[in-house]
Design a protein around this ligand. Structure first.
Ligand SMILES: NC(=O)c1ccc[n+]([C@@H]2O[C@H](COP(=O)([O-])OP(=O)(O)OC[C@H]3O[C@@H](n4cnc5c(N)ncnc54)[C@H](OP(=O)(O)O)[C@@H]3O)[C@@H](O)[C@H]2O)c1
Length: 329
């Protein structure tokens, strides 16, 4: 299987999605180059919300992004225990710009019928204060519900008009195919699979998910595209990130300086693009949709600078090689 996907990568047209496979309902997702992640909006455990940034800062992040033409925001019912969705609703009300909203269903173990999906989506819509979202995703595979049941619930969310499209998140290759087929039986296209993907997390590529998404017209949405800040170059062994991220990345931090050095050099060759901008541009060049999180206007504006230019194929290949080297040692 791995070999088969390897061959596919080497095909020159690998980056061109098979447009004929994209359904009309989900086409808008393929036109979005980059979005904004909203996990930071209210989360204390990983992001230390309230410590160094507040509601005002994340509102500024939202407004700056929208001002730069980034109009796709990714939230979830669990982010900040609903606070992320509530803030998103307030920010949408306060702007005159159109915003595309994505949110997620969390598969709590006490949820085990398809009705749980329509019920949870109603809760999200109430918190956000809108009548329908643009993308409703299953946050993680469920321990208590089969893929068929989850997809039946999702298709009812579409048919009730509460969401325009539906997707999954953290679904591996085979589970994603099962979701695609189950939805097809209800005449609903699988719009997206949101997975961890960055220069420091290439599993979606090596396991064939990215290639399969492109083949089937499923938009692959890349979460943690800055590897939770590591790729910006602001963290090192001497200055690890605070909180749970410090422990999580303790073994990776010593291995990344050569990759960061190359990212910086390539950014300089493009007239002073930053590490974050190069890292996000790499995700876009690979054919995925990055949704970087931003805590304030500075970060949001900065990340918007990943748009409007392109790495060369040669630079993408150099970055591929340097990122693979991180995991070879
Ligand atoms: N489906 C899922 O299971 C799942 C899982 C994770 C994330 N997500 C989604 O994906 C989004 C993005 O992923 P993520 O938030 O995990 O990680 P990320 O986007 O890779 O990193 C975001 C963090 O990097 C730092 N940062 C961002 N822009 C920066 C800049 N220009 N300069 C310097 N530092 C910068 C900020 O943290 P510091 O300032 O604290 O360093 C920010 O909170 C989330 O918001 C969420 O919507 C989904």
């Amino acid at each position: 299987m791995y070999h088969e996907w390897k061959i596919r990568y080497n095909q020159p047209n690998y980056l061109e999605a098979d447009l004929s496979e994209i359904s009309n309902e989900t086409r808008f997702l393929h036109a979005i180059e980059m979005g904004l992640g909203a996990w930071q909006w209210g989360d204390r455990l990983v992001w230390q919300y309230g410590n160094g940034y507040t509601d005002t800062d994340v509102q500024a992040a939202f407004e700056s992004s929208v001002g730069e033409g980034i109009r796709f925001v990714d939230s979830a019912e669990v982010y900040g225990n609903g606070r992320s969705e509530r803030l998103l609703g307030q920010f949408i009300q306060a702007t005159d710009q159109p915003v595309l909203v994505a949110t997620k269903f969390f598969p709590y173990p006490w949820r085990f019928t398809k009705k749980a999906l329509t019920r949870a989506l109603k809760g999200s819509l109430e918190r956000i204060g809108i009548e329908s979202v643009d993308l409703y995703q299953i946050h993680w595979p469920s321990a208590t519900m089969s893929t068929d049941t989850l997809m039946e619930g999702l298709s009812e969310c579409v048919k009730s008009g509460m969401t325009r499209t539906v997707g999954v998140s953290n679904f591996g290759h085979n589970r994603m195919l099962a979701a695609y087929s189950a939805l097809a039986r209800h005449n609903v296209p699988l719009a997206s699979n949101q997975v961890h993907y960055s220069l420091l997390s290439r599993g979606a590529e090596s396991k064939g998910i990215l290639a399969r998404c492109r083949e089937l017209g499923i938009r692959m949405i890349a979460y943690s595209p800055l590897e939770q800040g590591l790729l910006t170059g602001r963290y090192s062994v001497e200055h690890p990130p605070a909180g749970t991220r410090g422990g999580h990345y303790a073994r990776m931090l010593p291995k990344i300086p050569p990759l960061l050095k190359l990212i910086t050099k390539i950014g300089q060759d493009h007239g002073g693009k930053s590490n974050a901008q190069v890292s996000l541009n790499w995700v876009i060049c690979k054919g995925a949709l990055p949704i970087p999180g931003a805590k304030n206007a500075d970060q949001a504006l900065h990340n918007a600078g990943a748009l409007g230019w392109r790495l060369t194929d040669e630079e993408v290949a150099q970055l591929d090689e340097a990122s693979e080297a991180v995991f070879k040692e």
